[in-house]
Design a protein around this ligand. Structure first.
Ligand SMILES: Nc1ncnc2c1ncn2[C@@H]1O[C@H](COP(=O)(O)OP(=O)(O)O)[C@@H](O)[C@H]1O
Ligand SMILES: CC(=O)OP(=O)(O)O
Ligand SMILES: [Mg+2]
Length: 410
């Protein structure tokens, strides 16, 4: 079965086409600058040069159409016909309390994703556009949705409730939901395999450090606490997001700077974090480069960023009364040995002993970067949210087909 995985953002759409017989991605790519003057489609197939196509792509329906055209392209394509796509799986960031697992898309599911627009205004509307675009281009193909929040539905109320009047939770479901769940779930499973121990016996801290960043305390295979909150703004300092701050900063800034609520919201989501402190970039590569060139603001941004990660690791060791392993993943976590070193070299109280030579190794495989006598292991585990989305989609579609009495051959 061929499954197309789609991660739709407000102005972008990332995709991977999986062959589920071998669980391999046969093509991957992204459409950027949707709705802007020149959109770019980048398409990659193993062992072949990357293809880049610039054109005008005004909306997600056209973006999906372009992706399908590319997948069936005479020269660059990997499929003979779009009917060779048997199912589509989507990443959906916010599933609220309604979804603790992945589901097939139907009218009720779409209504619920729409109802959650307010809680993830940057993400959920884009996902809905992706779903609608597939409906238009591939009308009879089953679609599944995999939620960032689902994995965190196991958190106890002590972790997910905010200490505010409970009527707000009852009436409006204001609580911590947590995000990047697919990634935290995936890397914790891979880490347990690597360590050769059942996940149910482990206390793990997973650090998904990408553009958005979050830490999760995973107790015996279940999310116990996580740093992102009702929205993906809380917790760690990120590329352009502030992470934790005193909520009183919001009304105070509104008064002092005569800003609207929307402007402050946009400031915290888009103009804070690394970019705000460094004045250089939201990209960790450029921060490290500027820091190495002697830029003090970049150094401060880096130090604040790594300090926050360290604080959350410390908090989660306390939350779980111990930890067997700390796992780094996502763009920064997988690639920046400088960041991992800065975080780990001040965790010696917990018995973390970084092995600098191992930390410097680059590899697409899970690996340990601590010494053999380190009390807590630190691992780097490349994430693969798309593979988990493909697997869930495959499972849901197969179950449906079997329920309908249709014969399947994988
Ligand atoms: N070699 C590297 N060193 C440091 N940071 C890197 C490196 N490669 C990628 N990154 C960081 O990874 C970030 C993107 O992470 P990613 O997980 O792909 O984010 P997202 O999925 O949220 O777009 C970039 O902003 C960049 O800062
Ligand atoms: C939830 C979230 O922050 O996602 P991303 O890291 O993709 O922005
Ligand atoms: Mg990501």
């Amino acid at each position: 079965m061929n499954i197309l995985v789609i991660n739709a953002g407000s102005s972008s759409l990332k995709y991977q086409l999986y062959d589920m017989k071998t669980e391999t991605a046969i093509a991957t790519g992204r459409v950027e600058r949707i709705g802007m003057d020149s959109s770019i489609l980048t398409h990659e197939v193993a062992h072949q040069p990357e293809v880049r196509e610039v054109s005008e792509i005004l909306d997600h329906t056209t973006a999906v159409k372009k992706v399908l055209d590319m997948l069936t392209h005479r020269k660059f394509g990997v499929l003979r016909n779009i009917s060779d796509i048997q199912a589509v799986g989507h990443r959906v960031v916010h599933g609220g309390e309604s979804f603790s697992e992945s589901v097939l898309v139907d009218a009720k599911v779409k209504l619920e994703i729409r109802r959650l627009f307010d809680l993830a205004p940057l993400h959920n509307p884009a996902h809905m556009m992706g779903i609608a675009a597939v409906e238009e281009n591939l009308p009879h193909v089953p679609q599944a949705v995999v939620f960032d929040t689902a994995f965190h539905q196991s958190m106890p109320p002590t972790s997910y409730l905010y200490a505010i009047p409970t009527v707000l939770y009852r009436k409006h479901k204001i609580r911590r939901y947590g995000f990047h769940g697919t990634s935290h779930d995936y890397v914790s499973q891979r880490a347990a395999e690597y360590l050769g121990k059942p996940l149910e016996q482990l206390k793990l801290i997973t650090c998904h450090i990408g553009n958005g960043a979050s830490c999760t305390a995973i107790l015996h295979g279940k999310s116990f606490d996580t740093s992102m909150g009702m929205t993906p703004l809380e917790g760690l300092m990120m590329g352009t997001r502030s992470g934790d701050l005193d909520p009183a900063v919001v009304p105070y800034t509104i008064n002092k700077e005569e800003l609207t609520l929307n402007e402050v919201n946009s400031m915290l989501n888009k103009h804070s974090g690394l970019i705000a402190i460094s004045g250089v970039s939201s990209d960790m590569r450029e921060i490290v480069e500027a820091m190495n060139d002697g830029n003090d603001n970049a150094k401060l941004a880096f130090d604040m960023y790594t300090y926050r990660i360290r604080k959350y690791i410390g908090a989660y060791i306390a939350a779980m009364d111990g930890a067997d392993a700390i796992i780094f993943t996502a763009g920064v976590g997988e690639n920046s040995d400088v960041l991992r070193k800065a975080v780990c070299e001040r965790l010696t109280f917990f018995g973390v002993q970084l092995d600098e030579a191992k930390n410097a190794i680059r590899s697409p495989e899970p690996r340990k970067i601590t010494t053999d006598d380190s009390a807590v292991s630190v691992l780097v585990v490349p994430t693969n949210e798309e593979l988990l989305i493909a697997r869930d989609t495959y499972r849901l579609v197969l179950t449906k087909l079997v329920g309908q009495g249709v014969e399947t051959e994988g």
